[in-house]
Design a protein around this ligand. Structure first.
Ligand code: BGC
Length: 812
């Protein structure tokens, strides 16, 4: 029945894709073009997948597996291993995937082959073959083989250790569900787990999932080892086998809190609604909530992960200059294995007028590989101004400002948020106003948000606000550059013959209009087959002026084109390494692949906050913490930008897939400033991407592609970001509430979003009033705004590889 349904649904989808471009993201209909993937990227992917896996439990040192032990591997995902999540952030034409069983065999682990044969035969039966599904309907899990007591007892007689693999995946347009087979274990999985753990003494459970699932089985069944193996890309099995055999040592740490059950997450009662969700938990996301109010609900804390060895961490030096603190810590390997440790620094701020969470991550470093007895010192330079709280109600007398309240700032260090030692206290005698901001992000629905009264959760009202948006926009509009019909070429700007403004003055309004959109579809004929779209020189007239097309491709897990490309470990796993240099190295290799495929912009990294474990795209993103997310994203950007342009996404407040084009995230100014913009703040502090992609959702009633406050006020005016801002793929057409003659694309350009991607061919001419010229004729958008918009796009073109190639070929 399920299969018949899928068959019919596939036909319907195909028809729909042909007739609507919204679903044209599905690249599966094309045949892969094969090329070799180079060894450097294979090696670095394996290294990241090795460093990103998290060892959660290792009683009696059941791991590493001794080389003489025989291992029975249970669970079909030993073969049908989930190497990635789904959608644009996962759908890479990978060259291969090493599953767990092959990984173990590659590392000479002695496998119970009789059991393996049982699995192999079972999964080949027609009813058990994996159904890959289709866009938005991919499998969360695969049908599992029900084990009899006899099979398990037989396996027990022939082996010493049982490994059980539990596999899950979710993705774009595919939210995790609170159902068996998605967030929860299926009856068969439970039954198998129960039987295996009652028959075997030595059991290790591997969770092969892109996101946190229900881990309550940990307290239900008796087993010794537990690994959160995430989805490790093409090198999944090889990497995991290295850790399991002790040829490598686990060093990954959780980037999210694992709670005892779903309902305990602070977002759980306000997540997943179709129209809007109040972010009532406010700044108390993840460990900020659990470690302030509910330590007893934590199963595994943020920042946690075991190793085969032990480390001591000792302060050697702390000094202060104003609000700047320099810290040095000595890490020593005192155990019996070589290994790497992550040192995490947290800040406890005063919680007086502005209530604050108990701890905030303010720094982290990973050691090099330390031999037994070896030590190393890690240095941190921290300015606590970076971590000031945002006062959205004027509690300190400074409304809409980042403020360091007077009082004690206490520094803690450790290797998880639940195992901290006090390091140092810094006393501020006066409040410091770190930065004043305009009142932005109008709130049009009032709600209650979480705050604290000592250790008790209380709620306070978030009022509606007025942000004078119309006046601010009008004030920013200047005189246009007079238009002329000079015959300039973009290379005249490149060769310093004319200024960029002079070149822009020679573009017609129609050309400026076309520049603000992409070519129309994914898989643009102007670039590598399977690209995500093109902008820039997308019309004859623009190309004649020397403007080259700029080609984009997804994404976070590798270059998503029709040519096969490396499949990386997922974003969460990458961040779980807590290894900044390694992350930069990985993305540098990916950037080389993108460069070889003539891609100008890699639509990566994905960096939204893990607000709730059910979000389908959590696998692409890094963490529940904005500092970790933002700094990891910066490393990704720095790596990508060595060869091509990056495009961090989705800006901002994009935390669920349900009704993703319409959904409204209703967030207080404080949570916007401290959580949902703060990740982008750190990313921009430590890197400079050539583009940023807005998100599909609304924040406080405004779609991100129309959000003047986030794009112009925050990115341009506060952060000084001077590169390109593009939409997520296609946008919702709407009227500006402030300016009646600004509709659709005119509203977008006025809001500071430079390019509509991937575009709309018909809109280049006119499409039901979306033309920019229509708006201009009615006194809406101005020539100044259109010319200003073109500046960002042409700057991008000038710096792009496609333009460099054009200039090089021209000289030949
Ligand atoms: C996704 C983006 C992606 C784009 C192009 C959108 O649906 O949200 O993350 O880059 O498609 O594939």
């Amino acid at each position: 029945m399920g299969r018949l349904f899928n068959k019919i649904a596939r036909k319907v989808i195909k028809w729909y894709e042909k007739n609507h471009m919204v679903l044209a993201q599905n690249m599966n209909e094309y045949d892969t073009i094969y090329t070799e993937v180079n060894d450097d990227i294979k090696l670095i992917s394996k290294e990241v997948a090795t460093e990103g896996a998290v060892l959660l439990k290792n009683d009696d040192n059941i791991l590493p597996i001794h080389k003489d032990k025989i291992v029975s591997v249970f669970g079909r995902c030993q073969i049908d291993y989930f190497d990635c999540g789904y959608g644009s952030g996962g759908d890479v034409k990978k060259p291969y995937t090493i599953n767990l069983i092959d990984g173990l065999i590659n590392e000479d682990v002695i496998i119970n082959t009789e059991l393996l044969d049982i699995y192999k035969k079972w999964r080949e039966k027609p009813n058990n073959v994996v159904d890959p599904g289709f866009w938005g309907n991919w499998p969360y899990s695969h049908k599992e083989m029900k084990l009899s007591e006899e099979v398990i007892r037989n396996a027990k007689d022939k082996s010493d250790i049982a490994i059980i693999v539990i596999g899950r995946a979710a993705g774009e347009d595919r939210e995790n569900k609170l159902k068996k087979g998605s967030f929860y274990l299926t009856d068969i999985e439970e039954n198998n787990l129960k039987l295996i753990t009652s028959i075997f003494d030595n059991v290790v459970v591997i969770v092969n999932s892109g996101n946190i699932i229900d881990f309550s089985f940990v307290n239900k069944y008796n087993f010794k080892g537990l690994v959160l193996a995430y989805q490790g890309g093409m090198e999944s099995g090889n990497a995991l086998a290295l850790n399991l055999t002790g040829k490598a040592n686990f060093s990954g740490k959780l980037t999210d809190t694992i709670a005892k059950e779903y309902s305990l997450y602070p977002s759980s009662s306000n997540f997943g609604a179709r129209d809007y969700n109040f972010y009532k938990e406010d700044i108390y996301v993840g460990y900020r909530y659990f470690n302030t109010f509910k330590k007893e609900d934590i199963l595994y804390p943020f920042g946690y992960g075991l190793s085969y060895t032990n480390f001591t961490i000792d302060p050697v030096l702390t000094s202060t200059k104003g609000t700047n603190v320099s810290i040095e810590l000595l890490v020593k390997n005192i155990g019996k294995f070589s290994g790497k440790e992550v040192v995490e620094l947290y800040l406890k701020k005063p919680s007086d007028k502005l209530k604050t969470p108990s701890y905030e991550l303010i720094g982290y470093e990973k050691t090099k590989l330390l031999d037994i007895n070896e030590s190393t010192s890690l240095k941190f330079d921290i300015d606590i101004k970076e971590f000031a709280s945002f006062d959205d109600y004027g509690y300190t007398g400074s409304k809409n400002s980042f403020v360091l309240e007077k009082g004690l700032y206490e520094f803690y260090y450790g290797n998880s948020v639940s195992s901290l030692k006090h390091l140092y206290s810094l006393k501020l005698n006066e409040d410091i106003v770190v930065k004043e901001t305009k009142e932005l992000f109008k709130i049009d629905k009032s709600f209650e948000r979480m705050t604290r009264d000592n250790d008790i959760i209380v709620y306070e009202k978030v009022d509606k606000s007025n942000t004078m948006l119309k006046d601010r926009i009008l004030e920013s509009i200047k005189e246009p550059i007079p238009l002329n019909s000079n015959d300039y070429k973009l290379e005249d700007v490149y060769n310093n013959k004319i200024s960029l403004d002079e070149f822009i003055s020679s573009l017609t309004i129609e050309e400026l209009d076309i520049l603000s959109r992409g070519e129309g579809m994914m898989n643009s004929s102007l670039g590598e087959p399977g690209n995500a779209g093109a902008f820039g020189g997308i019309s004859e007239s623009l190309r004649k002026k020397g403007i080259t097309p700029v080609i984009t491709a997804d994404g976070p897990s590798g270059v998503r084109v029709i040519r096969n490309s490396s499949l990386l470990p997922i974003g969460t796993m990458i961040a779980s390494t807590w290894n900044k240099d390694l992350v930069k190295k990985l993305y540098t290799e990916v950037a080389k692949e993108a460069y070889e495929r003539n891609i100008d912009i890699l639509l990566s990294p994905g960096m939204n906050i893990h607000r709730d474990p059910l979000c389908g795209r959590n696998f692409e993103y890094y963490s529940e913490d904005p500092f970790l997310s933002g700094t990891m994203a910066a490393m990704a950007v720095n790596g990508i930008e060595t060869h091509v342009f990056s495009c961090p996404k989705h800006f901002f407040g994009n935390n669920q897939e349900t009704n993703r084009f319409q959904n409204d995230s209703i967030i207080s100014l404080r949570a916007i400033r401290e959580i949902y913009l703060k990740n982008f703040y750190y990313m921009l502090k430590y890197s400079n991407p050539h583009s940023i992609m807005t998100s599909y959702n609304k924040v406080n009633g405004v779609w991100s592609h129309y959000n003047y406050d986030s794009c112009v006020e925050f990115l341009r005016n506060e952060m000084g970001y001077s590169n390109n801002i593009i939409t997520d793929w296609w946008m919702r057409y709407a009227n500006s509430p402030e300016f009646e003659n600004c509709y659709g694309n005119a509203y977008r350009v006025r809001s500071g979003v430079n390019v509509l991607m991937p575009g709309s061919i018909s809109a280049i001419n006119k499409e039901h009033g979306t033309s920019l010229m229509d708006s201009m004729n009615k006194g809406g958008l101005t020539i100044y705004e259109l010319q200003n918009n073109a500046r960002y796009i042409l700057k991008n073109v000038l710096e792009s590889n496609s333009f460099k190639r054009y200039m090089k070929n021209k000289d030949k």
